[in-house]
Design a protein around this ligand. Structure first.
Ligand code: URA
Length: 208
């Protein structure tokens, strides 16, 4: 691989960067595209560059030399968690298309209690920017030291959607982390770290 002899079984290959030859013959990769899961930390933006000079998600991907790697949707500057990046434009299009957006799950912390009627309002849909949100799944996980922690799953990707949904029920979001996109989970990935998706994960995303 890349001119070196590899003897270790299970050596992983990045199809976009690595060149693999067997008996001098280049092995053509099955995977044409690159699919990455990044644990985006808060304090960086989800675009290529920022006129204000702020950190971007690409600052966490400096060792990957893949052209046109773009984020699948966005996370706000202050939001952390699971961000997919790929150069597979068809997949990006289908995962973010408003007609059938994949469900995204967040851990949300807000100041104050979350009484049942506010939870019910969020589940049924609230009006943000003049348009009602789809039904969502909302579970109160705990209320401790004046802070409510919830798990929220939504099927749209409107601008600052979760923050605005909570504003609509008079609660300010003080922590927001995306933990899942469909069945793909952030798991134990460290903040700021990334990994390549497995073949099964790629097949799953393409099946959605
Ligand atoms: N909802 C938000 O408010 N912000 C995000 O980054 C993602 C969802």
């Amino acid at each position: 691989m890349n001119g070196k002899v590899v003897t270790e079984l299970g050596t992983s290959v990045n199809p976009a960067n690595d060149s693999v030859t067997v008996d001098g013959v280049r092995v053509k990769s099955v995977a044409e595209y690159t699919y990455i899961m990044l644990y985006k930390p808060k304090g960086c933006i989800t675009t290529v560059n920022d006129e204000l000079g702020r950190k971007t998600v690409y600052d966490y991907l400096t060792d990957i030399d893949v052209p046109h790697l773009v984020p699948v949707g966005r996370l706000d500057y202050d939001t952390e968690g699971l961000l997919l990046l790929t150069n597979d434009g068809d997949l990006t299009f289908s995962l973010t298309h408003p007609s059938h957006e994949v469900e995204k799950t967040y851990i949300v912390k807000v100041e104050g209690e979350m009484p049942e009627h506010k939870l019910a309002q969020l589940r049924k849909g609230v009006v943000i920017d003049g348009v009602k949100t789809n039904r969502s799944r909302v579970k109160l996980l705990e209320y401790k030291d004046g802070i409510s922690r919830l798990r929220v799953s939504i099927t749209e990707g409107r601008n600052r959607q979760v923050r605005k949904m909570f504003e609509a029920v008079e609660r300010e979001v003080i922590f927001l982390k995306r933990i899942a996109v469909g069945e793909l989970r952030l798991g134990g990935l460290a903040r700021g770290a990334y990994r390549y998706l497995t073949d099964a994960e790629i097949a799953y995303l393409k099946s959605l």
